[in-house]
Write a protein that binds this ligand. Structure first.
Ligand code: UDP
Length: 252
C-alpha cells in the first residue's frame, strides 16, 4: 500500500490521492501550463472513491489523472486512520478562486464550461470583479451529451484557454474530460462540481466555521436533502476504510 509503482500518490481504497497542500497544487498547475501538454486534475471525494468501485471507466480516469486532489474531509480522515496523513483538504470550490487570483497575475486564460445557463458567466463576472486582470476567455453551459461534444470542443479550443473548468457533476465531468482529453488538448482541465454555483451565489456554501469543523457534508445534506441517496456513499466509505484499517486490504 502507499506509493504505487505506476503513479505516485497515496491510495485510499485503491484510489490515488496526492498528498499536496493548496500551495503545492497551485505550483503543479503552473508547471502544467508551462509544459503546455494536456493535464487532467481531479478532486477526489468519498463519493468518487465509492463510484469508482463499480465503474471501471471512472476508476481508470482517476488512475490516469495527472493530479488527484483530496476534496472532502472524509479523505483526510481516511488518510489519518490509514497512517498516510494528507496535509490538508484541497477542495475544488476553494481552489477555483485561488486559481483565479493566480491567473490574474500570471495571465492564464480560463474557460468555464457547465452548470445551468448563465451561471458560469455569473461566476466569471464575480471573479473578474475581484481580480480585474483575470481573463475568462469563454463561458458556456454546454452539456455532457456525446452528440454535443464536437461543437463544444470547437468552441472551447477557439478561445485558446490555458485552463478549462467543467461543471457537469460527478462522474460525468471527469469522464467527459478524459474522453476528449486529446482533442481538447488544454494544459489544465479540471472538473469542479458545484463551484460555479457557489461563486455565482446560486448555491450557498457552508460557513467557514462549519467547514473548519469538517461538517460541510452535513450542511449540504440539510440544504440539498435530495442528495441523501448519493450521500449514503459516506457511511459506506467510512465502513470500508475501517475495514481496510482493522481487517486488512483484502476486506474490500
Ligand atoms: N450540471 C450540468 N449538466 C449536467 C449535470 C450537472 O451543467 O448534466 C451542473 C450543475 O448545474 C451544477 C454542477 O453540474 O452546476 C455540479 O452539480 P452537482 O452539485 O450535482 O455536482 P457534484 O456534487 O456531483 O460534483
Amino acid at each position: 500500500m502507499g506509493w504505487s509503482a505506476s503513479k505516485p500518490g497515496w491510495r485510499v481504497l485503491g484510489v490515488r490521492v496526492d498528498p499536496v497542500t493548496t500551495e503545492e497544487a497551485l505550483a503543479r498547475l503552473a508547471e502544467f501550463v508551462s509544459e503546455g501538454t494536456p493535464h487532467h486534475v481531479v478532486t477526489v471525494n468519498p463519493e468518487f472513491v465509492m463510484t469508482s468501485r463499480h465503474h471501471p471507466e471512472f476508476r481508470a480516469v482517476l488512475e490516469a489523472a495527472d493530479l488527484c486532489l483530496a476534496d472532502g474531509v472524509g479523505l483526510l480522515w481516511a488518510g489519518w486512520l490509514l497512517g498516510r496523513p494528507l496535509p490538508e483538504r484541497v477542495a475544488g470550490s476553494d481552489l477555483l478562486p485561488q486559481i483565479a487570483a493566480r491567473a490574474a497575475r500570471e495571465g492564464w486564460r480560463l474557460f468555464f464550461l457547465g452548470a445551468q445557463p448563465g451561471v458560469a458567466q455569473r461566476a466569471a463576472d464575480v471573479l473578474r470583479a475581484r481580480y480585474p486582470a483575470l481573463q475568462v476567455v469563454g463561458t458556456y453551459a454546454g452539456s455532457p451529451a456525446e452528440e454535443e461534444a464536437a461543437g463544444i470542443i470547437r468552441r472551447v479550443r477557439a478561445a485558446q484557454p490555458d485552463m478549462l473548468f467543467v461543471a457537469y457533476g460527478a462522474p460525468a465531468q471527469d469522464l467527459w474530460i478524459a474522453r476528449h482529453r486529446d482533442e481538447l488538448a488544454i494544459p489544465v482541465m479540471m472538473g469542479v462540481g458545484g463551484a460555479f454555483d457557489f461563486i455565482a451565489g446560486v448555491a450557498k456554501r457552508a460557513p467557514v466555521w462549519v467547514r473548519r469543523m469538517g461538517l460541510e457534508w452535513l450542511h449540504r445534506l440539510i440544504h440539498q436533502p435530495l442528495r441523501w441517496r448519493r450521500m449514503l456513499a459516506l457511511p459506506h466509505f467510512a465502513a470500508r476504510v475501517m475495514a481496510e484499517r482493522f481487517v486488512g486490504e483484502r476486506a474490500w
